[in-house]
Design a binder for this molecule. Structure first.
Ligand SMILES: Nc1ncnc2c1ncn2[C@@H]1O[C@H](COP(=O)(O)OP(=O)(O)OP(=O)(O)O)[C@@H](O)[C@H]1O
Length: 245
């Protein structure tokens, strides 16, 4: 099967630091892939290369078989790539519904058949945001704002969703709800790549896990395969390996 996302031999240097070191990674359509690794491992940098906000020194990125290495972020969005951010990036003074409409309106910018109000209504329903749809985003708790951000990304009807620390700031219940939602979306064909520090979330949710360490891809496989790799054991002893499930 053609990977939906293909990162090939990608390297990013910042002066003397090799943030991403000849990384190759294929992501199958409809799968959930977790990108893990210690602080400074290169996760965000690799993410940014895929999102188109960081140029790579070497390598190629393909989305659905199309070379997007040099495509600007808005072109990637049109080709089906959406992302959320580690720091919440909701528009605070807009309501939950208006935030989601922003995504739908953006989509309408390149597809005139999109009906933003209908898209927003559907996503508000899917995400369970009905009771707060008319409230200002900045008046809502972090967990709800994360859902709004997710809604705004989904409103662009992406093929590939990049999630940066989706579980950050969420309660255990909200984390479980989010995992359930992401599983459902992947079941409907959405491909998801997430950067995540919460190892139990990653282990439970992801089909495959890729671990970076000092820019190098040191492990890639299913959660079961990856949890026995020495580099993973070393980095996450007591969480992934020791914690077990
Ligand atoms: N804009 C930049 N300029 C210089 N060095 C950078 C820049 N961005 C990242 N780096 C360096 O590149 C390396 C990888 O950083 P990156 O933020 O990608 O790691 P990370 O795995 O996302 O870390 P964290 O888990 O802490 O977010 C680090 O050594 C970092 O200091």
């Amino acid at each position: 099967m053609t990977p939906l996302l293909r990162v090939h031999d990608t390297t990013v240097r910042f002066g003397g630091t090799v943030a991403v070191d000849h990384v190759s990674l294929d992501v199958a359509p409809g799968s959930i892939v977790g990108l893990i690794g210690p602080n400074g491992a290169g996760k965000t940098t690799l993410f940014n290369v895929v999102a188109g906000i960081q140029a790579a020194d070497t390598g190629r990125v393909e989305l659905a078989g199309q070379d997007i290495t040099h495509a600007r972020p808005h072109i990637r969005a049109q080709l089906g790539l959406a992302r959320t951010f580690q720091r919440l990036e909701t528009f605070g003074t807009l309501t939950a519904r208006e935030n989601i409409l922003v995504g739908a309106e953006a989509h309408r910018g390149w597809d005139r058949s999109v009906q933003p109000q209908a898209v927003a209504a559907e996503l508000i329903d899917t995400l369970g945001l009905g009771p707060v749809a008319g409230r200002r985003a900045d008046s809502l708790p972090t967990g709800t704002q994360r859902l709004i951000e997710l809604g705004r990304a989904l409103a662009m009807r992406p093929q590939l969703l990049l999630l940066d620390e989706a579980s950050s700031g969420l309660s255990a219940y909200e984390t479980e709800q989010t995992a359930e939602l992401l599983r459902r979306l992947a079941g409907e064909g959405l491909t998801i790549v997430l950067v995540e520090h919460d190892m139990s979330f990653v282990m439970e949710l992801c089909d495959r896990i890729a671990m970076l360490d000092r820019g190098v891809l040191v492990a890639e496989g299913t959660p079961e395969e990856v949890r026995t790799v020495p580099a993973v054991l070393e980095a996450y002893l007591g969480t992934a390996a020791g914690g077990g499930s």
